[in-house]
Design a protein around this ligand. Structure first.
Ligand code: MN
Ligand code: MN
Length: 503
């Protein structure tokens, strides 16, 4: 062997040069195909890669006589990281840590945690500080309770710029077994195609306005226009259409099946495309040529012609007439005045005022900076929630001894199993607006503060050791919200211990 080639080969063996430098590239070849008795077997692919081109040399196996260098190179030492306000405070205070002011946040809280040398993407840590540097009171493992709709894959409509839809179901959030959600956008005059499905559908308009139409099994018909903040409900099986009015729209759909998929609904176009044309002809008592212009594929979301401004022009009735107002599929919730309490406001909707939505109860809650939706739980229903504005956090306590805290911003879905306690604390500088949806006829919850106020004092003191001064101050009425200090780390430098609720 010439001297240079010998030297190169030695470097390859020593791992100092990539083997590909000196050796042929690997090749794939197929073994000869044989036909055994009783059947044909597929060709068996074999990889022929010269030793050393895909793998390192045998000499890299560790042994005591061949020590590797242990310092230098890609070190795990992290230096120069500023801590944020509240990060050094007692971990059990669980203060909200705002990492937005630092370049390289670290998972450290009080005396717990350690730096993170990476790899990582800091933007996730800034959006999820309570996941990254959890409160010392978090414990064990709680099923994932957050899904950002912004991580959901978008399905575009079939028409040019007609709209899109993205969804959250058990594919994204496996614990969300009772409800699923969809965020849908329609361009001006665009349609969500005539359709129906096996789940009940509850919806909140987010932006703009739409015209809805439907008929029920009695042959009663329904048509209405609704705007941002209004609600609709279509029972399972009831066929409906949705058309955006002149400004277009965006809306949120909630279904009472955790594995519901918006991309799997029954569609008018597909129904016509999937039945014999002779049957269509007979069914509509019309020549088969009437079906010459059927679309060749489903439309789903597509561009439409403008709806007439006068809605009465589109109101068609049988002898059964229109759906009576008590059974209306819409509720003009935007026009309901919120119930104002210290710390924000609450609006409820359930069968009390919207009987058509037989098993949907919802609260639209506004929380001022520093305030929170009080600690509570729901008796038998899971909660599906959606953040319309602001930033907030929720600790989910699951029996018997687990809790995890999750952070939310606008566009995020939250999911809280029945009976798990939770609060929603505003962690930002603007109002939080969020939707709380339950599967029950009437909205209800158990308030932790009210429970303590209405339980014999001796029982509470024997169990929790709370002082009389605390128990004397508990209101016996449910308040829904609790006020708080907008400075979320005030407790870190507050010897009085009242910095969470007093500024
Ligand atoms: Mn629908
Ligand atoms: Mn709740």
């Amino acid at each position: 062997m010439p001297e240079l080639a010998h030297l190169l080969a030695a470097f390859v063996v020593a791992g100092l040069l990539p083997a590909a430098f000196a050796l042929p590239t690997p090749q794939m070849s197929y073994g000869e195909q044989s036909v055994p008795e009783g059947g044909v077997t597929s060709p068996v692919p074999t990889v022929t890669a010269p030793t050393g081109s895909l793998y390192g040399p045998d000499s890299l196996r560790g042994e005591i006589v061949q020590p590797s260098p242990i310092s230098g190179g890609d070190s795990a030492i992290v230096s120069d990281y500023p801590l944020v306000s509240g990060q050094e405070a007692d971990a059990d205070l669980g203060l909200f840590l705002d990492f937005n002011g630092v370049e390289n946040p670290q998972p450290i809280r009080g005396t717990l945690g350690q730096t993170d040398p990476g790899p990582q993407t800091y933007e996730y840590q800034k959006l999820n500080p309570d996941t990254f540097a959890p409160s010392g009171t978090d414990s064990g493992s709680v099923p994932q309770a957050k899904w950002p709709m912004g991580l959901s894959h978008n399905k575009f409509g079939s028409g040019k710029t007609s709209g899109w839809a993205r969804q959250q179901n058990t594919g994204q959030l496996p614990s969300a077994t009772a409800m699923a959600g969809v965020d849908m956008r329609l361009a001006p005059h665009a349609y969500r195609e005539l359709h129906w499905h096996t789940a009940n559908e509850w919806a909140l308009m987010l932006k703009g306005s739409v015209r809805l139409s439907a008929i029920n099994e009695k042959g009663e018909s329904f048509i209405d226009d609704i705007s941002a903040g209004d609600v609709w409900y279509f029972p399972a099986g009831v066929p409906h259409s949705i058309q955006a009015l002149e400004e277009g729209c965006e809306f949120l759909l909630v279904f009472d099946q955790g594995d519901f998929t918006e991309y799997g609904t029954f569609l008018a176009t597909e129904m016509f495309l999937r039945n014999p044309k002779s049957v269509l002809s007979k069914n509509l008592q019309t020549p088969v040529s009437a079906f010459d212009n059927l679309p060749s594929d489903q439309l789903y979301i597509f561009d439409g012609t403008p709806a007439p401004a006068n809605i009465s022009e589109q109101n068609i009735t049988s002898s059964a007439g229109i759906i009576p107002q008590k059974d209306s599929y819409t509720y003009h919730w935007s026009q309901q005045q919120p119930y104002t309490v210290p710390g924000g406001s609450v609006k409820l909707i359930d069968t009390t005022t919207f009987p058509a939505a037989a098993n949907f109860a919802a609260a639209l809650v506004t929380i001022e900076p520093g305030a929170m939706r009080e600690m509570h739980w729901h008796l038998t229903s899971d909660e599906w929630n959606f953040f319309l504005q602001g930033s907030a956090r929720i600790t989910v306590y699951a029996a018997p001894s687990s809790s995890n805290t999750f952070d939310f911003t606008a566009g995020d879905v939250g999911y809280i199993p029945a009976s798990n306690t939770h609060y929603i604390e505003n962690t930002g500088t603007e109002d939080v607006v969020f939707l709380e949806v339950l599967q029950q006829p009437v909205f209800s919850d158990i308030s932790v503060a009210q429970w303590l106020a209405l339980t014999p004092r001796q029982v509470i003191k024997d169990t929790l050791g709370l002082p009389d001064s605390t128990l004397d101050a508990l209101p016996k009425e449910k308040t829904y919200l609790k006020t708080g200090n907008a400075n979320l780390t005030a407790l870190a430098s507050d010897p009085s211990g009242s910095g969470a609720y007093q500024s």
